[in-house]
Design a protein around this ligand. Structure first.
Ligand code: FAD
Length: 283
């Protein structure tokens, strides 16, 4: 196995487990991934605050393990007072980084709430808490699926930066041109914050295709066809996925990206293997 050597800021995302077994398993997964020396680990937040307890619990566990933790925080359906209380709770826990999002309500929920867009949440957090938090926001190199147009989506990103975001993490992508174009376009419009690529390791073909359809990430035809061609052969899917995603990360690193953010899916093997192949660790 090649030695892990050169430093590149890494961050790793988890979702809050639903069961005690899931919690136990995630603790072990985190322990393995900490070998990469991540700059921070983040924990997703369910629509309408549905996972708040699990999110905050996992964030607390990460902090207790001596690692910087970022809480995702979505505002759709939320009230100002509710957000104010949760921000106070996070500050009391020692959280210094947030991923501020609009989020999506599951169908059947009314929109409601006092925030419309993530930019409203970023502005509110800044107004309420000053510089207490480093604020990350989401970026969409392949355009958010609900955007009126690519230009409107870029403007929405710029608005989040103008409202006070410090940096951004992208939706995952397999097409580096879309990322570089997005960063150039955002910079030209004055949004000159670090935009860290979100990396989705490929370990299951059906899961990847389902997620990508839902979030608007494009899986290139050749990757889709190769994955479909492997059928149920999970070993071949994993081997191919590792090659594709390592190559993607290598192109991004060579181009000088400010870091890599891994969507771990609460698994360690693929993220560890990709970083080992690249010879990178955080720090
Ligand atoms: P926004 O930036 O508010 O954008 C949402 C849409 O509104 C876009 O189409 C945008 O173009 C449009 N828009 C924005 N401002 C305006 C305006 N002023 N006028 C008109 N249109 C506007 N979801 C979760 O539920 N939990 C999570 O933990 C989570 N983590 C994520 C982490 C990352 C790194 C990413 C990339 C996504 C994450 N998501 C998460 C998914 C995210 O919540 C969805 O993509 C959601 O649909 C949009 O959230 P946003 O913060 O990007 O919204």
């Amino acid at each position: 196995m090649p030695s892990v050597s050169s430093a590149l800021p890494l961050s790793i995302e988890f979702f809050p487990p639903k069961t005690p077994e899931g919690e136990h398993k995630l603790r072990e997964v985190r322990r393995q991934l900490y070998a990469l020396q991540p700059e921070f680990c983040s924990v997703t937040y369910g629509a309408g605050g549905s996972t708040q307890e699990g999110t905050f619990g996992t964030v607390r566990a990460i902090l207790e393990e001596g690692i910087a933790a970022a809480s995702h925080f979505s505002c759709i359906g939320a009230t100002r007072q509710g957000v104010r209380e949760q921000l106070a709770q996070l500050r009391a826990m020692g959280v210094q980084r947030l991923v501020a999002l609009r989020g999506d309500l599951p169908s059947g929920y009314g929109a409601g709430g006092e925030f419309h867009y993530a930019s409203d949440l970023v502005a509110f957090i800044r107004a309420e808490t000053g510089d207490a938090f480093h604020i990350e926001v989401a970026a969409y190199p392949e355009v958010h699926p609900q955007a009126k147009s690519p230009e409107a989506d870029l403007q929405a990103f710029v608005a989040k930066v103008q409202a006070g975001a410090n940096s951004a993490i992208t939706q995952y992508f397999f097409n580096t041109d879309a990322y570089f174009r997005f960063v150039d376009d955002a910079y030209q419009r004055g949004a000159d914050v670090p935009v860290v690529p979100g990396i989705m390791p490929i370990s299951s073909s059906s899961q990847l295709l389902r997620f990508s359809d839902a979030c608007g990430a494009e899986v290139p035809r050749w990757i889709r066809l190769r994955l479909q061609g492997f059928g149920d052969d999970t070993a071949s899917i994993r081997a191919f996925g590792l090659d594709v995603v390592t190559d993607l990360c290598d192109q991004l690193r060579t181009a000088g990206v400010p870091g890599l953010h891994f969507y771990s899916m609460n698994q360690s093997a693929a993220t560890l293997e990709i970083c080992q192949r690249l010879g990178v660790r955080g720090g």
